[in-house]
Design a binder for this molecule. Structure first.
Ligand code: AMP
Length: 217
């Protein structure tokens, strides 16, 4: 099964990607997490990417596409991508990579939701920098503030979740990523979910939709 997640920052893509990965045994490919991990390890890619990430801009297509090509090698039995593609050029590159492997994309899940609610979610988001797991200080707090329930490590607020950078990321989303909704609608792959429903309701809707699309393709 091959699925991509589309939607603005704060829509719950990372949380749902982890759930879908566990439910169907897929590889999770979260480009933001991979880029942050590269930066933490001091790789050349991480250093190049950080300049764009801290300003809320997209990392150039060629860098991200090369990274995805590599990631697809370890995802031969299926994947959920969260955060890729984010531009039409990236979507076309993914189509070409899948065509070369003669495998279809099953579904593009589009997370839609009211802007102000999504912005509020980002402001309350706490992230485990080691694995990308997130909490929400208001709706899904950790048992001890600032500490991950599962690995006991420190949670942080992502630098790019600050209000000024969030505004920029939303602008970038509207201009560069939002056109992909039409791209995948035309391809007959688009499934829209209500990003503001409960975590469980969204997860069940996605599982039902991808199961049906997968049976069809
Ligand atoms: P995310 O964790 O998905 O919110 O991504 C954080 C940041 O990583 C974005 O604001 C971009 O700077 C960068 N990034 C992640 N995925 C991509 C992508 N597919 N194309 C370009 N930049 C990306």
């Amino acid at each position: 099964m091959r699925v991509i997640f589309l939607g603005p920052p704060g829509a719950g893509k990372g949380t749902q990607a982890r759930i879908l990965r566990d439910r169907f045994g897929l590889e999770q490919i979260s480009t933001g997490d991979i880029l942050r991990d590269n930066f933490a390890r001091g790789t050349k890619l991480g250093t190049q990417a950080q300049t764009f990430m801290k300003r809320g801009q997209l990392v150039p297509d060629d860098l991200v596409i090369e990274m995805i090509e590599h990631e697809l090698e370890r995802a031969r039995d299926g994947f959920v991508m969260d955060g890729f593609p984010r531009t039409v050029a990236q979507a076309q590159a993914l189509d070409a990579l899948l065509a070369r492997r003669r495998v279809p994309l099953d579904a593009a899940i589009f997370f839609s939701g009211d802007r102000s609610a999504l912005i509020a979610r980002l402001a309350a988001r706490w992230t485990n920098p080691r694995n990308g797991r997130t909490y929400n200080a208001l709706t899904n707090p950790p048992k001890v503030a600032g500490i991950d329930d599962e690995d006991g490590g420190e949670l942080v607020q992502r630098e790019d979740d600050r209000a000024e950078t969030v505004t920029k990321r939303l602008e970038v989303y509207d201009r560069q990523t939002r056109p992909l909704v039409e791209y995948y609608r035309r391809a007959g792959k688009l499934v829209e979910v209500d990003a503001l429903a409960s975590v469980k309701a969204v997860a069940d809707r996605i599982a039902a939709a991808v199961g049906a699309q997968h049976a069809r393709s």
